[in-house]
Design a protein around this ligand. Sequence first.
Ligand code: HEM
Length: 147
Amino acid sequence: MEGFLGATWLWVKAAHIIFVIFWMAGMFMLPRFFIYHQQTTPGSAEDKAWIERETRLRRIILTPSMSVVWLLGLVLAVNTGAFSQGWFHAKLLLVLALSGYHGWMVGYARKLARGERRLSDKALRLANEVPGVATAAIVILAVVRPF
Ligand code: HEM
């Protein structure tokens, strides 16, 4: 299975997986940061330090990694003709949901920066399970391709 990428196909796939790992690492870290962040008093020096950490994690790791994963994933999909395959439709749905979760996290970081603390620590811990479960399902779909 080579497609238009020819000999670079496996390199592109390796890069796709590397950036998936960066993206997921950020997805696991940010809600953890939120739990520590919301224990601080709005406007305090500690609050400002967490806002800075969250902004850097988003700008340096999360958003660029997600963009590269999407770009390379779509290139791979065109290359392998995945758009006509069942596993890919299911994977795409889950990845869209994961991107939505990413967007929700960015929104929550903005709320925290404004001094709003809407969710309990427990709810944030629960939210932290989302990327883990989604990653397991996506990897099984991409590797096993059960349908
Ligand atoms: C963002 C949108 C994504 C798209 C469009 C996409 C698309 C693809 C495609 C088409 C392949 C098959 C490549 C080939 O065999 O030539 C692939 C492979 C793979 N993807 Fe994605 N992907 C995306 C995101 C993700 C995410 C979020 C994960 C993990 C959480 C992931 C994990 C993998 C893995 C592990 C493989 C290697 C499967 C194998 O060849 O055995 N992908 N991806």
